[in-house]
Design a protein around this ligand. Structure first.
Ligand code: HEC
Ligand code: HEC
Ligand code: HEC
Ligand code: HEC
Ligand code: HEC
Length: 480
C-alpha cells in the first residue's frame, strides 16, 4: 500500500511538478525562496545560540524584507509552471508520461547554481552590512535621529541624566519573546512611518517597555538610594528685577536599609501597591490597593467611584510610575525658564526678562525654524521699544537670552510631531502635574475613612518655601 501510494505520488505529482517547474521563472523563484529561507533560518539559529545581533533595526531586514522575498519566490514557482504548461499545451507537447528527474539536465543544474550563488551573495551582503552597520544602528543617534518621529524623545534624552544609556537598554527586553515583539513592532512602525500613518505625538506609556525594576535596578541598586535628598529650587518673578525666591526641601527618599527595612518615598511603594488607571498617561488613578505586611489588603478608592470598580489598566507600582520621564524629561515653560535663569544662562540683570521670556516661550510658532527666527527678534524688539538703553549696554546678554530661549523651546516643543508644553506629564512631585497627588490627594479613602496621607512632612521637610535668600541655605553653608 505505502509503496503504491508513493509511486502514484511520484508519477502524478512530483514528476509533472518538476517537469513544468523546469523553467527560468520557477527556478528563479526557487532560488529566491531558498536563499532568503536559508538566510532567515541561519540568522534565527545564530540568535538562538546568542551570537546574533541584538539590533532591532537589522531585524527589519530579517522580519520584513526577507519574508517578503521568500513569499515572492514561492509565488513565482507556480506562475512559471503555469506559463510553461500553457506554452506546451499550445504546441500540444504535453507528454503522456512525465520523464524521470535528470540531474544532467542543463536548466536544472543551472537552477542549483543560481540557488548557491544567490545564497552566498546574500550571506556576504548581509554579514558585511550587519558588521558595518550594527554598531551604528544600535546607537542612540540612529534610534533618535535617523527617524524624525523620534526627535522629541531624542532631544529630551540628550539633556537627561541618561544620555549615555542606549535606547535599547530600556526599550528592548532580553529573551526571545520581547525580542520577537520588538522586531514585529519595529517593522510595523516602519510601515506606519513609510505611509505617514504614525500617531502624533508618539503615545506613552510604552506598552512593551522592559519591566522597569529590571531595567532601572541593573544600574540603580535599591540599597543605594537610601536617605534624604536636598532639593533647592529657584523661582523668578514677573517684575522688572526678576526677583528671585527659593524653596528648600529635604525629601525623605528612604529605600531599603542594610537590615532590609523599607522606608520613605522609595521604600513604601515598591512591590506592594497596585492601582487602576483610566487614562492613557496614567494621570487619573481612582483605585489603589496596598498589600500589607501581614498579607491583608487595604483598598483606597476615590469618592467619585461610589464603591464601584473602575475599568482600566491595572498595574503593580514600579519606578516609572513616578520616574516616567527619567530619560525624556520635557519641562514646563516655567520650570525651564527658572532653571535657565538660576544657572545664569539667561541673565537676571535684564529687566523684565522673566515675564517677556515666558510669553515668548508660550507663544505659538509654526515650526522650530519659525521660533528660531522670531524669538530673538521679538526679544530685541521688546527692548528696542521699551528700553533701548538695555540694547545699547547689554547687547550680548540680550542675544544670549534670545538664543537660550530658542534652545528651551526646541528641547520641548515640536510642532510637526504635535508635542508641546505639557504633552507628556511628569509624575514626580506635585507642582506642575498631579504627580504624587494622583493618589495623595486626600480624596482616596478606605471604607472606614482612612485616606492616603497628604501630610506635607510625610514626604519632605520644607526648610523654606519661596523665600528670598532663605536662612536655611545660609545655615547649610550653601549660600551667603
Ligand atoms: C533610562 C531608560 C530609557 C532610555 C535610555 C530611553 N528611554 Fe524612551 N522611554 C522610557 C520610558 C520610561 C518611557 C515612558 C514614558 C511614560 O510612560 O511617560 C519612554 C518613552 C519613549 C517614547 C514614547 C513617547 C514618550 O515620550 O513617552 C519614545 C518614542 C521613546 N521613549 C524613544 C526613545 C529613544 C529614541 C531613546 C534613545 C535616544 C530612548 N527612548 C531612550 C525610558 C527610556
Ligand atoms: C545603564 C545604566 C542606567 C539605567 C539602565 C538607568 N539609569 Fe538612571 N542613572 C544612571 C546614571 C549613570 C545616572 C547619573 C547621571 C548623572 O548624575 O549625570 C542616573 C540618574 C538617575 C536619576 C537622577 C537624575 C535625575 O534625572 O533626576 C534618576 C531619578 C534615575 N536615574 C532613574 C532611573 C530610572 C527610573 C531608570 C529605569 C527606567 C533608570 N534610571 C535606568 C544610569 C542608569
Ligand atoms: C513613589 C514614587 C517613586 C518611586 C516608585 C520610585 N521613585 Fe525614585 N525618586 C522619587 C522621588 C520623589 C525622588 C526625588 C526627586 C528629585 O530628585 O527631584 C526620587 C529620586 C530617585 C533617584 C535619584 C537619587 C538622588 O540621590 O538624586 C534615583 C536614582 C531613583 N529615584 C531611582 C529609582 C528607582 C530605580 C526606582 C524603582 C526601583 C524608583 N526610583 C522608584 C520617587 C519615586
Ligand atoms: C506624597 C508626597 C508629598 C506630599 C504629601 C507633599 N509633597 Fe511637596 N513635594 C513632593 C515631592 C516628591 C517634591 C519634589 C518634586 C521634584 O523633585 O521636583 C515636592 C516638592 C515640593 C516643593 C518644592 C518646590 C517645587 O516647585 O517643586 C514645595 C514648596 C512643596 N513640595 C510643598 C508642599 C506642601 C506645602 C505640601 C503640603 C500641603 C506638600 N508639598 C505635600 C511630595 C509631596
Ligand atoms: C498609585 C498611588 C500612589 C502614588 C502615585 C504615590 N503614592 Fe505614596 N503612597 C500610596 C499609598 C497607597 C501609600 C500607603 C498609605 C499611607 O501610608 O498613607 C503611600 C504612602 C506614601 C508615603 C508614606 C506615608 C507615611 O505616612 O508613612 C510616602 C512618604 C509617600 N507615599 C510618598 C509619595 C510620593 C513622594 C509620591 C510621588 C512621587 C507618591 N507617594 C506617589 C500611593 C501612592
Amino acid at each position: 500500500m505505502p509503496i503504491l501510494l508513493s509511486l502514484r505520488l511520484r508519477e502524478h505529482w512530483i514528476r509533472p511538478a518538476l517537469y513544468f517547474g523546469n523553467n527560468p521563472i520557477s527556478l528563479l523563484g526557487g532560488a529566491i525562496t531558498t536563499a532568503s529561507g536559508v538566510m532567515m533560518v541561519g540568522y534565527w539559529l545564530m540568535d538562538l545560540i546568542g551570537r546574533g545581533n541584538s539590533n532591532p533595526y537589522l531585524g527589519i531586514i530579517f522580519f520584513l524584507i526577507l519574508p517578503m522575498l521568500f513569499i515572492l519566490g514561492l509565488a513565482l514557482i507556480p506562475i512559471g509552471m503555469y506559463v510553461r504548461y500553457r506554452k506546451l499545451q499550445e504546441k500540444r507537447k504535453i507528454p503522456a508520461v512525465y520523464p524521470e528527474i535528470d540531474i544532467n539536465d542543463r536548466i536544472f543544474r543551472h537552477g542549483i547554481d543560481i540557488v548557491l550563488v544567490a545564497t552566498i551573495v546574500n550571506l556576504l551582503v548581509v554579514s558585511v552590512a550587519s558588521y558595518r552597520g550594527a554598531s551604528y544602528m544600535d546607537s542612540p543617534e540612529f534610534c533618535g535621529q535617523s527617524c524624525h518621529v523620534m526627535h522629541p524623545e531624542f532631544a529630551a534624552y540628550k539633556i537627561s541624566a541618561h544620555s549615555h544609556v542606549p535606547c535599547v537598554d530600556c526599550h528592548i527586553g532580553s529573551g526571545a519573546g520581547s525580542y520577537f515583539e520588538a522586531k514585529v513592532n519595529g517593522s510595523k512602525q516602519l510601515v506606519e512611518v513609510a505611509f505617514n500613518r504614525y500617531p502624533r505625538p508618539v503615545p506613552s506609556p510604552v506598552k512593551n517597555l522592559r519591566p522597569a525594576r529590571i531595567v532601572c535596578e541593573s544600574c540603580h541598586t535599591p540599597a543605594k538610594f537610601v536617605g534624604e535628598k536636598l532639593l533647592v529650587k529657584s523661582t523668578f518673578a514677573d517684575d522688572e528685577q526678576n526677583t528671585e525666591t527659593q524653596s528648600v526641601v529635604v525629601l525623605h527618599l528612604g529605600g531599603r536599609d542594610s537590615l532590609s527595612h523599607l522606608s520613605g518615598i522609595h521604600g513604601v511603594h515598591l512591590g506592594h501597591i497596585e492601582y487602576i488607571t483610566t487614562d492613557a498617561t496614567r494621570t487619573t488613578i481612582p483605585w489603589v490597593q496596598r498589600r500589607n505586611a501581614d498579607g491583608s489588603e487595604t483598598v483606597y478608592a476615590a469618592s467619585a467611584l461610589n464603591g464601584k470598580m473602575p475599568q482600566g489598566e491595572r498595574r503593580l507600582m514600579d519606578c516609572i510610575d513616578c520616574h516616567n520621564r527619567a530619560a525624556h524629561t520635557f519641562e514646563t515653560p516655567e520650570d525651564a525658564l527658572n532653571r535657565a535663569m538660576a544657572e545664569g544662562a539667561i541673565s537676571q540683570s535684564l529687566p523684565w526678562v522673566h515675564k517677556e521670556g515666558l510669553a515668548l516661550l508660550k507663544a505659538d510658532y509654526a515650526s522650530q525654524a519659525d521660533a528660531r527666527a522670531k524669538i530673538p527678534a521679538q526679544l530685541a524688539a521688546f527692548y528696542q521699544g521699551s528700553n533701548p538703553q538695555v540694547l545699547a549696554t547689554k547687547a550680548d546678554l540680550v542675544k544670549n537670552a534670545g538664543q537660550e530661549l530658542v534652545r528651551l523651546y526646541s528641547d520641548n516643543v515640536f510642532p510637526d510631531m504635535k508635542v508641546t508644553w505639557g504633552t507628556h506629564p511628569n509624575h514626580i512631585g506635585h507642582m506642575s502635574y498631579p504627580g504624587c497627588f494622583r493618589c495623595h490627594d486626600g480624596d482616596h479613602s478606605t471604607k472606614d475613612g482612612q485616606t492616603i496621607t497628604q501630610d506635607c512632612t510625610a514626604c519632605h521637610n520644607l526648610l523654606a518655601v519661596d523665600e528670598s535668600k532663605p536662612k536655611a541655605l545660609a545655615d547649610l553653608g550653601i549660600q551667603q
